[in-house]
Design a protein around this ligand. Structure first.
Ligand code: 13P
Ligand code: SF4
Length: 302
């Protein structure tokens, strides 16, 4: 803890000096999540909270598409990301040109885009979704088929839940695509009936089928709050179990987990530097700002 104390103290002072707020995704390391963040949550909670920010400076302890969403909703504020290279295999897996091609292939079919996407892709979108509201967003459209991009697995999992036909894209989360059914079965054999398995819907449908519950990182927290399991296997990024083991000391968190190299680019050191230098500032191309913001606001209005 002493290791982090200097940086935490400096960051708290810098926040005060610059009237800054720090948003942190659930996959940030505990010293960031518990040490310096003001607002914590899943992608949906962070987007919702971004609508009500009073401070002039917002630092995103998360990946680039999350910072872009904050900037879209707060064009007049300074939005900082400590490392611009904090990307996402889903956001990088599709371009605006790809979306136009899909629309031409399926005329009249609405485009639902996972928030794990660039502003340019959101600008081509009818409505965004997160893993926390994907089912609600898709069902709200009242149509038999949807173009759901870019996460192939999220789209397949929502198709299985709703029966609505999905035209998908081939991008995947490099963290969640690595989990396999045999891996989960082996943990079940080791821990018998006491183990509750919770999977993220960015996992393959065969993996989700092995779980007791599937949902966003916020829904994982609700599941534990409501069910008080003795032992939990979270099929997701490693920091999730690290952060929750502090919040739920009576629950044992069984690993395995996979690290997200993009989330892990954010550190106390670069948060401190970011607030000292007011960089790197996130910007949205003028032509994407309004159409991208509309697709996010449509989601938040639901
Ligand atoms: P949620 O926190 O919305 O479940 O998203 C998970 C994720 O992989 C974010 O990059
Ligand atoms: Fe992207 Fe997956 Fe990392 Fe989330 S965990 S930022 S979806 S690569």
């Amino acid at each position: 803890e002493q290791l982090f104390a200097d940086d935490i103290e400096a960051i708290l002072a810098l926040k005060h000096k610059h009237d800054a707020v720090i948003l942190a995704h659930n996959y940030q390391t505990p010293e960031i999540f518990h040490g310096v963040a003001d607002i914590r949550g899943d992608s949906l909670a962070l987007a919702r909270e971004a609508q009500n920010i009073k401070q002039q400076v917002v630092l995103m302890a998360g990946v680039h598409f999350m910072a872009e969403t904050v900037k879209m909703l707060n064009p007049e504020k300074t939005v900082l990301i400590p490392d611009e290279m904090a990307g996402c295999s889903l956001a990088e897996g599709i371009t605006a040109e790809n979306v136009r091609t899909l629309r031409a292939r399926h005329p009249g079919v609405p485009v639902v885009t996972y928030v794990n996407s660039s502003a340019a892709v959101k600008a081509e979108t009818d409505v965004c979704c997160t893993s926390g509201n994907a089912r609600r967003v898709v069902e709200s459209l009242g149509v038999p088929e949807v173009i759901m991009i870019p996460d192939e697995y999220l789209a397949r999992n929502i198709e299985n839940e709703t029966g609505i036909k999905m035209h998908t894209w081939s991008a995947r989360c490099e963290v969640h695509e690595r989990f396999t059914p045999p891996e989960i079965r082996q943990y079940r054999r080791m821990h018998k009936d006491s183990l509750h398995v919770i999977a993220h819907p960015e996992c393959a449908p065969e993996v989700v089928a092995e779980a007791d519950h599937a949902g966003s990182t916020a829904s994982m927290i609700s599941y534990i709050e409501n069910n008080h399991p003795d032992k939990v296997l979270l099929i997701t990024e490693c920091s999730m179990s690290d952060n929750l083991s502090t919040m739920f000391p009576d629950t044992q968190f069984v690993r395995p987990c996979n690290l997200c190299p993009h989330m892990k680019r954010i550190t106390l050191k670069n948060i401190r530097r970011s607030l000292e230098t007011m960089s790197t500032e996130v910007t949205i191309a003028a032509e994407h700002q309004e159409p991208a913001r509309r697709s996010v606001e449509r989601m938040l209005a639901l």
